[in-house]
Structure formats: structure tokens, C-alpha cells
Design a protein around this ligand. Structure first.
Ligand SMILES: [Zn+2]
Length: 138
């Protein structure tokens, strides 16, 4: 196992992306380059993926809130995996589009379950429940 800095920077994000890709998305070829980085601090938008049509590169952006070490790694991984499902479905990627809309009929969660991401889903559910309560009490 490679040595990884515990500091949550863009390098750490790339390391998580590589791990998730090799564990759950082995059949999905990187049809165009995918980059990942922390964006601004957002409470509600945890992640996004965009395709730069000039350079044909996909950019995953993760909220800087996730730099906080108390956010479970599984929650960060869940967010990265969610964006990778969009990539696999042909949204913000050069791949064939598999659905009309990115979230139609719960396709993202369905795909994550089919790919066996039960631990990520479970960890995210627990975290998001507490997080929503915290937001309400603010
Ligand atoms: Zn989404």
C-alpha cells in the first residue's frame, strides 16, 4: 500500500478516485481524462462533474467541507462514486448517454447498489441523516 498523506488535499482526492475506480468501476474505461479537485466550501452541493468540451476533460469538484477530518472517508468516497456513476452514464463524459436525465428514477443509487457499494451507501445514509439535523438546528 502506498504511503498517503493524511492531509486532505487534491492529491488525496486523486488517490481516493483511483481506489474507487479500481474497486468498483473496472469495466468503465476512461474514455476521456478525469480530473478531481476541491472546490469552494458548499454545505448543500457536495460534488459535481463537468465536461470541458474544448479540452475533452472531465472535472469532478468536491466541496471543501470534506477537507474536515471528522467527515468519514466513506462519505467522501460516496460523493466521488456518485460523480463517477454520472461519468459512466455518459453525463459530463464522452461516453454514450444511457439515460435521458442524470438522476432519472434513482439511476445513480441503483447503479451504486449494483456495483456493490453497500458500505459507502450505509455510511453516507448515517452521516447525511445527522448532517441534515445539524443544518436544521443552525
Ligand atoms: Zn448527481
Amino acid at each position: 500500500m502506498p504511503r498517503v498523506s493524511l492531509l486532505r488535499d487534491n492529491k488525496w482526492l486523486l488517490y481516493r478516485l483511483d481506489l474507487i475506480w479500481s474497486e468498483y468501476f473496472q469495466d468503465v474505461t476512461q474514455t476521456n481524462p478525469v480530473h478531481i479537485r476541491f472546490g469552494r466550501y458548499s454545505k448543500y452541493r457536495l460534488g459535481s462533474i463537468k465536461l470541458n468540451r474544448k479540452t475533452d476533460r472531465s472535472y469532478i469538484t468536491i466541496t471543501s467541507m470534506f477537507k474536515q477530518p471528522q467527515i468519514p472517508t466513506e462519505v467522501v468516497d460516496h460523493t466521488i462514486a456518485h460523480e463517477l456513476v454520472h461519468f459512466a452514464h455518459g453525463f459530463s463524459s464522452k461516453r454514450a448517454r444511457l439515460h435521458k436525465y442524470p438522476h432519472a428514477g434513482g439511476v445513480v443509487d441503483k447503479e451504486m447498489k449494483e456495483r456493490g457499494m453497500w458500505e459507502l451507501i450505509k455510511a453516507y445514509k448515517i452521516w447525511v441523516k445527522q448532517y441534515r439535523q445539524k443544518l436544521l438546528s443552525e
